[in-house]
Design a protein. Structure first.
Length: 120
């Protein structure tokens, strides 16, 4: 694509002009050294970031987390059963027992999650 005739011609940067020369260019060599050093530093930074990302994605097995998940599943089930008992007008004592047990299990789940987070 040619520039319009009324625009002045732009000159190529000196580094591009010198790249075509057969002779050595000390200025370009210095830039290449600097660019290679920067590339190595950026590669090292990228490697560290990828390593920390992998470590963050793959957690070790945690028994407290597993117990917390199991308690949470039981809580959801008990609340569902209590809702069904309330809908179909089951005995009030049974409904109360189910909801109290769900509350206790919810506290157990929260405690397990806190223990898993602290790494104990």
């Amino acid at each position: 694509m040619n520039p319009p005739p009324d625009e002045p011609q732009r000159e190529a940067p000196a580094a591009m002009k010198d790249a075509g020369d057969a002779g050595p260019n000390p200025g370009a060599d210095e830039w290449l050294v600097v660019l290679r050093r920067m590339e190595r530093a950026l590669d090292e930074i990228r490697g560290r970031l990828e390593a920390t990302d992998r470590a963050r994605q793959h957690r070790e097995f945690s028994l407290p987390r597993l117990l917390g998940v199991l308690c949470q599943m039981l809580v959801v089930g008990l609340v569902g059963v209590a809702l069904a008992d309330w809908t179909y007008q089951g005995p009030s004592a049974r409904l109360l027992v189910e909801l109290v047990l769900a509350g206790v299990l919810q506290l157990g789940a929260l405690t397990a999650y806190v223990l898993a987070r602290d790494g104990r």
